[in-house]
Design a protein around this ligand. Structure first.
Ligand code: NDP
Length: 330
């Protein structure tokens, strides 16, 4: 028997808590992983609170990502003892996830951990960091280079935003960090942001086209914030959109696209093909300052995850929340 966060259906909708489960209860898969570290992501907070219908079947172990060591394996790419990381693929939504001492998954979903990245750092990066890298790669594919001009990052003090800010700064971009928490200005400057902008500037519906400011953008907010970012892009600017922290809707017009040739690139980490995942993880291993990464993490025990989830959705969390699961592993 081992500990797992379990979300069950209840009369009031759903309830979540730490329960004992057995290996035999784990879903089908060809690799059994001893989980060392997991994390709390925005989507996990939605799943645990039930604020959004993230969970597709009950009971469910949440946790869209984990890092651990292969315990048992019948997949040709892995052997017992290999260090692996998992992001997405519906894990924690349709398939039991990483907020548990063990997980059984399909080997095709696993990425071998690159040399030089510890199991802890893998989850300090987590789905947030891997998504931030997918955003950076999308900007690059569309021609946003270090000398192209300033890049804006929204939700900059959150998980994706913090790592996006670090990655962009380390490749030489000037980074404008948009935050609803101006008290985090020093933290953001420490990550490499060159200017800090109050989110309040972006929350009122604006004109279809505003002053041209940015060559690139990484947006985690969606909603009116994204509409205002689009309106402020420079000619041929590129926006990588990955989140909905500010809302699902997008109250914009075609003006940025047809008058300024702005490109809006959608980013999905869940079903992203494996070659791009491998490339993203290799680059994270090479480009992220792991010491700086350490400074943006907070550890929360598995038993406190359920009470932490609502705070996460309130935007009270800075950087990355790490969940130590079994530190004997690895
Ligand atoms: P976090 O909660 O860590 O960060 C979100 C940040 O957004 C907050 O810290 C806050 O930053 C900002 N924010 C909060 N509320 C609002 C609001 N009403 N309007 C605008 N900004 C707001 O979450 P993550 O960084 O883990 O995830 C960010 C988003 O990206 C989420 O929507 C998540 O679902 C999505 N995501 C998508 C992925 C994909 O595959 N497409 C993968 C991973 C995440 P600040 O205080 O600095 O303003």
């Amino acid at each position: 028997m081992f500990d797992a966060v379990l979300i069950r259906k209840s009369d009031s909708g759903q309830e979540a808590g730490v329960s004992k489960v057995e290996t035999a209860q784990l879903p089908q898969g060809d690799v059994l992983v001893d989980v060392a570290w997991s994390t709390l992501n925005y989507k996990d907070a939605l799943a645990i609170t039930g604020a959004s219908p993230v969970v597709r079947s009950f009971p469910m172990v949440p946790g869209i990502d984990f890092a651990g060591v292969v315990a048992e394996n019948s997949h040709s790419d892995f052997k017992p003892g290999d260090r692996v990381v998992l992001n997405g693929w519906g894990v924690g939504e349709r398939h039991w996830g990483g907020l548990a001492v063990r997980a059984r998954v399909r080997g095709d979903w696993l990425v071998p951990l690159p040399e030089g990245v510890s199991l802890r750092n893998a989850m300090a990066i987590g789905t947030a960091g891997y998504t931030a890298m997918l955003c950076v790669m999308a900007l690059e594919r569309n021609g946003v280079l270090p000398d192209s001009g300033e890049v804006v990052v929204t939700g900059a003090a959150g998980g994706v935003g913090s790592i996006a800010t670090m990655l962009l700064a380390s490749r030489g971009n000037s980074v404008a960090a948009v935050t609803g928490r101006m008290t985090e200005a020093d933290y953001l400057t420490g990550l490499g942001a060159t200017s800090i902008i109050d989110r309040a500037e972006f929350t009122q519906v604006g004109r279809p086209l505003a002053k041209e400011r940015w060559a690139g953008a990484i947006d985690v907010a969606g909603g009116v914030v994204l509409a205002n970012v689009l309106a402020s892009m420079r000619y041929r600017g590129v926006v990588a959109a990955c989140g909905l922290a500010g809302g699902m809707e997008l109250p914009t017009t075609v003006a940025p696209f047809i008058l300024r040739a702005v490109t809006l690139v959608g980013i999905d980490s869940v079903l992203c093909p494996k070659p791009q995942r491998l490339a993203a993880w290799q680059r994270l291993a090479q480009e992220l300052d792991m010491a700086k990464l350490d400074g943006m993490t907070t550890e929360v025990h598995l038993s406190d995850i359920v009470s932490m989830a609502p705070k996460f959705l309130d935007g009270q969390v800075r950087g990355r929340i790490l969940v130590p699961i079994n530190l004997q592993v690895g």
